[in-house]
Design a protein around this ligand. Structure first.
Ligand code: AMP
Length: 217
């Protein structure tokens, strides 16, 4: 399986990608996570990306294209992958198609997780993630056993700076303008499968599993 998970911020792409990657033995590649790691390490990529991310905008295409191209070359990606949060523009989709064509490993499916706007804001503003292991929680729908502490590793739970409401609204605007055109793009290639992300999380997981295997969700 070589998958792209598409959908607005807060749709549950990361949560679902982690689950399916574990189940199917796929590599989960999140450009957001790669960029946050680069920022934490103070690398040149991180320095370039930070101001765009803090403002809720997109990091320039050439920066994320290089990150993904390097990561896809690593041997573990040969077994299959889920791209979460990439591509986010038509130019990135073109760059990805070029990389995958060169390796003769085209995408097998693009899974679109759709969620109504009002829910996205509620979901993202309650999202917390572990500073040590990256596990994702939600203050109301998936609270940790102890407030602020990761159940898995005991790490500290933080709110991402770009999950604050005003930044989130900008991220949604950018999604509609720059990323939503990918729906028609992949639809025309016969790769798109739609999943209703408003359903309870277990139902979404089942629908994502079916959609990723190629069956209609
Ligand atoms: P995410 O964790 O996927 O929500 O990404 C967080 C932020 O990282 C986004 O709001 C963008 O600023 C940046 N980012 C992540 N992936 C991309 C991408 N493919 N293209 C441009 N910017 C990205």
């Amino acid at each position: 399986m070589r998958l792209v998970f598409l959908g607005p911020p807060g749709a549950g792409k990361g949560t679902q990608a982690k689950l399916l990657a574990k189940e199917e033995g796929l590599v989960h590649l999140s450009t957001g996570d790669l960029l946050r790691t680069a920022i934490a390490r103070g690398t040149p990529t991180g320095l370039k990306a930070k101001s765009f991310m803090d403002a809720g905008g997109l990091v320039p295409d050439e920066v994320v294209d290089v990150l993904i191209e390097e990561r896809l070359r690593e041997p573990d990606a040969r077994a299959g992958f889920i791209l979460d949060g990439y591509p986010r523009t038509l130019a990135q989709a073109t760059a990805l198609a070029r990389m995958l064509a060169a390796a003769r490993t085209p995408l097998t499916r693009v899974v679109l997780i759709e969620v109504q706007d009002e829910r996205l804001v509620a979901r993202s503003s309650g999202r917390r993630s572990c500073a040590s292991c990256g596990a994702i929680y939600h203050v109301s729908s998936k609270p940790p056993r102890r407030e602020g502490v990761c159940d898995g590793c005991g790490g500290r739970l933080d709110q991402r700076a770009d999950d604050r409401e005003e930044v989130l609204r900008e991220r949604l605007r950018v999604y509609r303008e720059k990323t939503a055109p990918l729906v028609a793009h992949y639809g025309a290639q016969g790769l798109l499968a739609r999943v209703n992300g408003d359903l309870p999380i277990g139902d979404v997981t089942r629908a994502v599993r079916l959609a990723s295997r190629g069956a209609a969700a």
